[in-house]
Write a protein that binds this ligand. Structure first.
Ligand code: E4P
Length: 218
């Protein structure tokens, strides 16, 4: 499973990239607004930190303007992945861009039929939003499960990018189902490393080690 971080905060991206476990970054207009940074500048900076796909989202609603915006965004760096909403115009844009060799992440997916359409439009990634689905009384994991089944039935190459992840259990369930990628807020990625028994174990080992009076480094 690939790990993407869902943020436009440079300090977090640098810190997580240093682990060697970060495969890409996703942003959206809300995350750009939260960063307070210029969209083009911050996207360029992120693209220089990670080698993998960096999703940058168009804001136009019509196909012609989406294409123009995508053209500006894809010139930022080779690893820019254009993010489009799951609408008719978004999927027209997806088909045109992927046909041209540009990576596309289709976002705001809330049904397996929408995911089927995105795959038919040649999407590189489909982003089902688990947390927002849960918030509205649906089961986000059922959505991931249905999409996995459908994509496998037809050998679609579109990668399932589990999005709107709120906690480590969303990651665990997505991995069990076989989502290709999970995009997570920095705190969720950091949370994956943690276990109370790991901390307790280290504490016990260090206390016993101190009693030996030895050092490894002389
Ligand atoms: C994905 O690409 C989105 O940016 C993100 O996962 C949305 O998550 P949210 O529902 O926590 O805003």
């Amino acid at each position: 499973m690939k790990f993407f971080v869902d943020t436009a905060e440079i300090a977090d991206i640098k810190d997580l990239a240093a682990t060697g476990l970060l495969d890409g970054v996703t942003t959206n207009p809300s995350l750009i607004a939260k960063s307070g940074r210029d969209f083009m500048e911050v996207t360029k900076e992120i693209c220089g930190i990670v080698d993998g796909p960096v999703s940058a989202e168009v804001v136009a609603l019509d196909h012609a303007t989406m294409m123009k915006e995508a053209d500006v965004l894809r010139r930022i760096a080779d690893n820019v992945c254009i993010k489009v909403p799951l609408t008719i115009d978004g999927l027209k844009t997806c088909k045109a861009l992927t046909g041209d060799g540009t990576m596309v992440n289709v976002t705001l997916c809330f049904s397996a039929n929408q995911a089927l359409l995105a795959a038919k439009a040649g999407a590189t990634f489909i982003s089902p939003f688990i947390g927002r689905h849960d918030d509205n009384g649906f089961d986000g994991m059922d959505l991931i499960r249905d999409i996995r089944l459908i994509y496998d039935n037809y050998a679609f190459e579109t990668q399932i990018l589990a999005a709107s992840i709120r906690h480590p259990v969303h990651v665990l369930e997505s991995a069990r189902i076989g989502a290709d990628v999970a995009t997570m807020p920095p705190a969720v990625i950091r949370g994956l490393f943690k276990h109370v028994l790991t901390d307790k174990g280290i504490e016990g080992f260090l206390a016993d080690w101190a009693r030996t009076g030895q050092t490894i480094l002389k």
